[in-house]
Design a protein around this ligand. Structure first.
Ligand code: PLP
Length: 404
């Protein structure tokens, strides 16, 4: 039995008040709150272990290195990658995709080539590719979607050709909640030997992801969206691809030997990890992954699916409600507008009731353009949210709607 009230006790911030009202935190798509075990792991490491990793012979440096590298193994096991060589620590999804877009572009993209993205990508899975395309004289092709927020797989199939170099797609849309058919997307690209990047920022926190089962070539996610601290994320890459990519940033750690004439590079994964890594955050990320694993990713998915279904149903009953993103396969993200109430007004007034939602374009301006809107109100759920909080949201939205 998944006991959400017991789970909530692990998150001290959830018991605070906002404007004297109980906090209802529904901005989990932007970032999640942190359980005690994650914060305590960071404090403990700073108080008892802290030393720079990899270069030290002394006790603390070795201990910090052991924790950092054990965390890499925890990440590997969590996403079922084949090897720790395939796990690169980055600052988050954005840095993971920038790393890949730059290095992949250097190695494989030439004038006239094409990069496929979907219309529902977050800016961080558009702009790095666009920058690379500008540098290389390549162009973006965009997979369209239906009004419900389902990608058009036939259109995708027809845009794959001999000029396609890579396909990049969100696992789950941060605006619509659509769970994209990434297996089909990967299979079709692989039929013509094109690699695929899956942006897992909004999937990894909500259900089990398995690299060997999915078969994608690259996968990116952020620690802070899965109960870990900010400043740490992961780029997974199949070893055979990572071996072929040039380094990203230069500096310490990513080298084997340096002379003024020539530098040789370190082996995987260190070739892509220049400079001092955030070894405290990597350790805390492992603690967060242990935490969700102990709760069970399937239990988390079931709990959040139930909340999503319940919230969709209750919100739909409100007069003037427009739910944006109604794909059959939908995860814990709900975007909406009510009548002609501006999303900012709705968000601001909900905040006065202690309800934290996000408003705006959610870093997906091309998607807003496709939908013909400027922005939405977005409620996004986490493992600690409750039906009572959904009720508070629904009551809050009704109250704001009645004011207009
Ligand atoms: N991709 C998706 C789908 C996201 O939702 C986000 C963040 O909201 C990102 C990428 C960027 O993540 P970060 O800001 O942690 O790098």
């Amino acid at each position: 039995m998944y006991d959400v009230n017991k789970v909530r006790e692990d998150f001290p911030i959830l018991s605070r008040k906002i404007y004297d009202k109980p906090l209802v935190y529904l901005d989990n798509g932007a970032t999640t709150q942190k359980p005690r075990c994650v914060v305590e792991a960071m404090v403990d490491e700073y108080y008892n272990v802290n030393a720079n990793v990899h270069r030290g012979v002394h006790f603390l440096s070795q201990k910090a290195t052991d924790l950092h590298e054990a965390s890499r193994e925890t990440v590997r096991a969590f996403i079922n990658a084949r090897s720790v060589s395939e796990i690169l620590f980055t600052r988050g999804t954005t840095e993971s995709i920038n790393l890949l877009a730059f290095t992949f572009g250097e190695a494989f993209v030439h004038e006239g080539d094409e990069v496929v993205v979907s219309v529902m990508e977050h800016h961080s899975d558009i702009v790095p590719w666009q920058m690379m395309c500008e540098r290389k004289g390549a162009s973006l092709r965009v997979i369209p979607m239906s009004d419900e927020g389902v990608l058009d797989i036939d259109a995708y199939r027809s845009m794959l050709n001999e000029k396609t170099r890579i396909v990049c797609c969100a696992h789950v849309s941060n605006v619509l909640g659509t769970v994209n058919p990434v297996r089909d997307i990967i299979r079709l690209a692989h039929e013509i030997d094109v690699p695929v990047l899956i942006d897992g920022a909004q999937s990894t926190p909500h259900f089990k992801v398995d690299m060997q089962d999915l078969g994608c070539d690259f996968f990116a996610f952020s620690g802070h969206k899965i109960y870990a601290p900010t400043g740490i994320g992961v780029l997974y890459g199949k070893e055979e691809w990572l071996e072929k990519l040039p380094p990203y940033q230069g500096g310490g750690e990513m080298i084997k030997n340096v002379s003024f004439e020539k530098t040789t590079y370190n082996e995987l994964p260190y070739k892509f990890e220049a400079g001092t890594p955030d070894y405290v955050a990597s350790h805390a990320l492992a603690k967060a992954l242990d935490y969700v694993s102990a709760l069970g990713m399937d239990n988390i998915r079931d709990h959040e699916q139930e909340l999503t279904r319940y919230a969709m149903e209750k919100l739909a009953e409100i007069d003037g409600m427009r739910l944006i993103g109604t794909a059959p396969d939908k995860d814990a993200v709900i975007s909406f507008l009510v009548g002609d109430i501006h999303h900012l007004d709705m968000g601001t007034l909900l905040d006065r009731l202690g309800i934290a939602v996000r408003t705006g374009h959610h870093c997906a301006e091309p998607l807003m353009r496709r939908l013909g809107i400027e922005g939405t109100v977005r409620a996004s759920f986490a493992l600690y949210n409750t039906k009572e909080e959904v009720d508070a949201l629904v009551a809050g939205v009704r109250r704001v709607a009645a004011m207009f």
